[in-house]
Design a protein around this ligand. Structure first.
Ligand code: ATP
Ligand code: MG
Length: 386
């Protein structure tokens, strides 16, 4: 008899030819997060199992944040002998009162009792031993699961996990990561659907300082946890911003700045092998996020720009930021490069046709190439994200 953690993954997306690949990625990700706890992980018969972790609660907290995992259950593993199973079930149900139902599941067809018989007989034994329990087959308060696989697995608690798709199964994308609340959440949403990210951050020293950079690196580490590391591009953006400030109409400053960010981000994204950009923009949040402004920003890049927060309110985004533990870091009060030259009256309905004329005063290609060439690359490894 030993304690294990039983890990369930979604079935639907795991059908078809990609199934073995998805399962390997998922199992590897579980292995990675339980490694610091000394756990042993294996895949068998449509479940992932973890045994030997020093701290079961810590193990649960980690595994339930692995994308692709739908729920986890602390379980007891015993030999496939009905008497042993029944005795363990009785022990397992001892602390409970109220209603319950036994869910038998016989995957190993050599086991002499079928799923229904297991359920009935175990239910009977539990009832006999615990007078505080009653059977309710329709709406039980407690669900005792008895699964006969390589071994027999018994569990009562089922803890919901993040869901989503296994990390790395959804291609690569580059996240424009500011120090705000929105962009870490935007990145999280794409990672949840399996995308592997790099982060791109624009900094404008001396207008933005070391503390602002530290804050972004802290956010990057929180996101990188899900991937076991991440590549972070730190772009020196002061020169672009100063040129824009000097040579373009003030009311278009933010928009032109954003067009530069996108151009630079696209080049870095290609360096990373990414096929798309991600931003934390939400429709109408600020002047640069009106429909017209987004049309002007998108026009400078040749890859899709994903904006998973486009239809969300700030409070909805904040709820996720709290849940993924980026909120407290995001609200630290350090200057972002965007706030450095904020125009007093930004244009809210810019016209795409006017952009080339406005930008003709700048040597766009040279500025972009210089920023890309001077970008610092920081590689966060597994040891950085623990
Ligand atoms: P908040 O709206 O909470 O301040 P935010 O930092 O995400 O969050 P915006 O100024 O609304 O801020 O910027 C819109 C998007 O542009 C961000 O979500 C982010 O993807 C990108 N962005 C803004 N500033 C930077 C930056 N300094 N580095 C990288 N990306 C940035
Ligand atoms: Mg924002």
């Amino acid at each position: 008899m030993r304690q294990v953690l039983l890990v369930r993954y979604g079935e639907v997306f795991l059908k078809g030819a990609n199934r073995p690949h998805f399962l390997k990625v998922l199992t590897d990700n579980v292995k990675r997060v339980v490694k610091p706890l000394g756990g042993h992980v294996w895949l068998s018969d449509s479940r992932v199992y973890v045994s030997g972790a020093e701290d079961m609660q810590a193990c649960i907290d980690r595994v339930r944040r692995v994308f692709g995992v739908y729920s986890v259950s602390p379980a007891v593993e015993v030999e496939k002998d009905f008497e042993v199973i029944a005795a363990e079930c009785v022990k397992l149900m001892q602390p409970y009162s109220g209603t319950f139902k036994v869910f038998g599941k016989r995957s190993d067809k050599h086991f002499p009792m079928n799923s229904m018989e297991i359920g009935m007989e175990v239910g009977h034994r539990v009832l006999e031993a615990n007078p505080n329990l009653k059977v309710d087959v329709h709406h039980p308060q407690h669900r005792l699961m008895v699964e006969i696989r390589d071994m027999a697995y018994l569990c009562v608690e089922e803890i919901k996990a993040v869901g989503g798709l296994p990390m790395g199964s959804g291609g690569k994308a580059a996240l424009l990561l500011s120090g705000g609340i929105d962009s870490p959440v935007a990145g999280y949403q794409l990672m949840k659907r399996g995308a592997k990210l790099c982060a791109i951050h624009f900094q404008s020293p001396p207008y933005t300082g070391e503390l602002a950079k530290d804050k972004v690196m802290q956010l990057a580490k929180k996101l990188a946890w899900y991937m076991g590391g991440m590549r972070v591009y730190l772009v020196p953006f002061t020169k672009c911003q100063l040129e824009i400030h000097e040579k373009c109409p003030e009311e278009l400053g933010t928009l032109i700045t954003r067009r530069f960010m996108m151009r630079i981000a696209e080049k870095l994204a290609r360096d990373f092998g990414a096929q798309a950009l991600i931003t934390g923009e939400s429709l109408g949040q600020v002047a640069s996020q009106t429909m017209e402004a987004l049309v002007c920003t998108d026009a400078v890049v040749n890859m899709p720009v994903f904006r998973p927060l486009i239809g969300m309110d700030k409070n909805e985004v904040t709820d996720i930021a709290v849940k993924i533990d980026t909120f407290e870091t995001s609200i630290l009060p350090y200057e972002d490069c965007c706030t450095v030259f904020t125009p007093r009256h930004p244009v809210t309905k810019p016209k795409l046709e006017t952009m080339p004329k406005v930008e003709s005063k700048l040597d766009v290609d040279a500025l972009v190439d210089e920023a890309v060439a001077n970008t610092e690359v920081v590689i966060l490894g597994p040891e950085d994200v623990e």
